[in-house]
Design a protein around this ligand. Structure first.
Ligand code: NAD
Ligand code: DAU
Length: 339
């Protein structure tokens, strides 16, 4: 049985983004003994509304940049862990302008690792399955923790770089670090630039959904709440220096997902546009979560994708004031890219 780490005062970077804010909400609900300092720069993807209404005694928002070493030096002492979600997260943006990806994902991670080292705090690094590159559509294999890194996009290459920094800091300086690489998340509070929210809000706005390339690309979907629980399990029970893959056996092609959305929203199955493919588009991601299940006893709860998708659609239907402000600019950007 692994040693249990019981954090009481953690920093969550990127806690105003999609997955970070879902994690903050999950911790507030399930671990009221744990205080959370959210460190977030509030880029276009960060929204303080994502953590609004949470008890002030348990959640504090500090607006700042993870690249700011002085700020980290002031903030980190007194905390017992950093859970690092903050990133530039969107592949299409990284193709259009990689600069902020290198800054935030690589330099920002470096600065956090230096702070974790200096102040001796536990560090958990949130990463992506995309560091492993892609699989052929018909390959029986799935990604495993020790697979070689083969990132394809500017985004995934900066995430891969950040993972390698973590591994080196753990081995060389002995920082207490773990890494998790998760597959595609879905659920509430996801920015309208991403696949599922884009199509759902397009339909709600009377715009036809947009499918890249052939629509055959496969993503391995997991509900963001299952991701949150896995991260807590790794933070509290994971073995220092280890990498855990998080996935919920949720492989689906993009066209399958789009057809489910169309059907759940009362549209015909051909009511969408084919658009220009993403350059370097990864074909398929698939996670083997055996290590996480066997060693830490984690299992996904949201195993019915159609039900999770229906709830997510309902969330966007009832939260128009949350997504509306970002919608027009996002679609303008896509349309300039031919997507
Ligand atoms: P997101 O884009 O929704 O949120 C990113 C958050 O980070 C925002 O709140 C933003 O303001 C903040 N941020 C960006 N740059 C910052 C900086 N320099 N300093 C401080 N804060 C900054 O991203 P997401 O989809 O929630 O992803 C969160 C993490 O999970 C990322 O590390 C991503 O690589 C990883 N991940 C995402 C998925 C997915 O499906 N979305 C899957 C696996 C892993
Ligand atoms: O696998 C984990 C990764 O999942 C995370 O690391 C990333 O942060 C996250 O953004 C996500 O990356 P993807 O590139 O897979 O997600 P995205 O939502 O951008 O696209 C999902 C799939 O849908 C992908 O094959 C591209 C396709 N797509 C996307 C959009 C926005 C479309 O066909 N049409 C679209 O309009």
């Amino acid at each position: 049985m692994p040693d249990i780490f019981e954090p009481t005062n953690i920093i969550v970077t990127g806690g105003c983004g999609f997955i970070g804010s879902n994690f903050v909400r999950w911790v507030v609900k399930n671990h009221p003994e744990c205080h959370i300092t959210v460190l977030d720069k509030l880029t276009y993807a960060g929204n303080p509304a994502n953590i609004a209404g949470l008890p002030e005694s348990q959640v504090e928002l500090v607006v700042g940049d993870i690249c700011d070493a002085e700020l980290l030096d002031q903030l980190v002492p007194g905390h017992d862990a950093i859970v690092h979600y903050a990133a530039e997260s969107h592949n299409d943006n990284s193709i259009a302008d990689p600069e902020p990806f290198v800054q935030t994902n690589v330099v920002g991670t470096y600065r956090l690792l230096q702070a974790a080292r200096k102040h001796d705090v536990r560090y958990h690094h949130i990463s992506t399955d995309e560091v492993y590159g892609d699989l052929a559509l018909d390959e029986p294999r799935r990604f495993e923790p020790d697979d070689p890194y083969r990132p394809s996009s500017p985004y995934s290459s900066t995430k891969a770089s950040s993972d390698l920094l973590v591994r080196a800091w753990e081995r060389t300086y002995g920082i207490r670090a773990t890494i998790s690489n998760c597959s595609n998340n879905y659920g509430p509070y996801q920015h309208v630039e991403k696949f599922i929210p884009r199509q759902v809000t397009n339909i709600l706005c009377g715009i036809r959904p947009k499918l890249y390339g052939t629509g055959e690309n496969v993503r391995d979907w997991i509900h963001t709440e299952d991701h949150s629980r896995a991260v807590w399990d790794i933070l509290t029970k994971g073995k220092i220096g280890e990498t855990y893959l998080i996935g919920a056996n949720g492989e689906k092609s993009n066209i399958e997902v789009l057809r489910e959305i169309l059907s759940l929203m009362g549209q015909t199955e051909d009511a969408f546009d084919w658009v220009r493919d993403r350059p370097g588009h990864d074909r398929r991601y698939a996670i083997d979560p055996t290590k996480l299940e066997r060693e830490l006893g984690w299992k996904p709860v949201h195993t019915d994708f159609a039900e999770g998708l229906a709830q997510t659609i309902e969330w966007y239907r009832t939260h128009e004031s949350w997504w509306r402000p970002a919608k027009e600019a996002t679609e303008r950007k896509y349309s300039e890219q031919g997507q």
